[in-house]
Design a protein around this ligand. Sequence first.
Ligand code: B4P
Length: 186
Amino acid sequence: MSELNIFLGPPGAGKGTQALKIASEFDLAHISTGDMLREHVSSATELGKIAKSLLDEGNLVPDELVIEMLLERLNNEDCKNGAILDGFPRTLPQAKSLESLDKEFPVAKVFVFEVNEDELIKRILLRGEMTGRSDDTEDSIKVRFEVYKKDTQPLVDFYNEKNLVNVIDAVGEVEDIYNSISRHFK
Ligand code: B4P
């Protein structure tokens, strides 16, 4: 049995930053569906060709494609000790797809990152300037926030009903936020 830990939160909330640190400290696989999709785009795979414009606009990639990609990834040897899911699930169908894996890959904890919108915009635009990431633009940010509210935020209630949610105040120093998450893994 390999436990899954879900990092849920709006774009720019620091999920990726914290997932990297927690995964490395506790020997867990770090699975970022955003990173995986960007790799598909840069290698111009069939999935990458479908995903490119959706990512750039700030829209989600269709559930069936992301679910298939995730399920395949969970077969990797590095998931045996458990994994951090960074950016998955993002919709109710995606969350339900995990329920069907409950025996082998139960969801152990869900961390909900809370950051106000002004701070999120600041972080994303700064990253856009520094890295040139093609979805870190004002137009795409607007869409990403709308999509988050409509499709992803309902998952907080979904996991609250299962008593799995830990709310994280994700504004402040990276190290302080890391400490508030890591204590749940000790
Ligand atoms: P992601 O790559 O997951 O992008 P995101 O949600 O926008 O998160 P991001 O990487 O910005 O967040 P982080 O919080 O780490 O997804 C990109 C796209 O892929 C989606 O829009 C969608 O199209 C597609 N996709 C991915 N998963 C999908 C799924 N399951 N289903 C369908 N489509 C999917 O960024 C934080 C930034 O803030 C960083 O620059 C960091 O340096 C900075 N930061 C972190 N902590 C900070 C702190 N404490 N203070 C200040 N700055 C901080």
